[in-house]
Design a protein around this ligand. Sequence first.
Ligand code: ATP
Ligand code: MG
Length: 208
Amino acid sequence: MTQGLIVTGTDTGVGKTVFSAALAGALQATYWKPIQCGLAEGGDRERVEALSALPPNRILPEAYRLQMPASPHRAAEAEGIEISLSKLALPKVEGPLVVEGAGGLMVPINRQALMIDLFASWRLPVVLVARTALGTINHSLLSIEALNGRNIPILGVAFVGEEIADTERTIAEMGNVRRLGRLPLIETLTPARLADAFAAHFRAEDFR
Ligand SMILES: Nc1ncnc2c1ncn2[C@@H]1O[C@H](COP(=O)(O)OP(=O)(O)OP(=O)(O)O)[C@@H](O)[C@H]1O
Ligand SMILES: [Mg+2]
């Protein structure tokens, strides 16, 4: 069985890709973004290539590469296709796998299924990436409740942003989840700066 983790977020644009690049680098894992939308704006796979020191064979091709910057169900329809769960089986790889979702949990991948349904089918633990900025308590606790409702194991929350200790503590306590760490905002992202920030703020063992 593949050992891996799903990296999801409370929303689109919260920092899943940057965190995944750091995590995959720290674990010497394989990175996979199964569904990429909005390719015109640059894909996450290319971003992980640029932000991690992972060799190319540890960054897998997407199952779906879609142009429209929209929810997967809509981006697929715009290209006249329907995303099929049967094409989204977890790849078998050597070592750990880091899988990045598209957007947040309640994002439709077709007219029947949500991102969270796909995650439930994979039976891998989830890391929830959450901002520390205002609004995150609501988004984080809603996401945690949705994961619990489908019995998806939550490894913990990885925060992104400036330190707001009370917010981070409140989410961990009221959501009954582990706070894995917080990635600070890095002014100019480079692989070395990102790896240093991850090493300073997270423990790789927590993800193994
Ligand atoms: N720790 C960080 N330091 C500096 N900038 C960051 C950090 N994390 C994320 N960003 C920036 O915030 C933006 C969104 O981040 P990212 O692409 O990782 O989000 P995402 O959750 O993966 O989005 P999507 O839903 O599109 O996959 C990017 O411009 C990224 O460079
Ligand atoms: Mg991303």
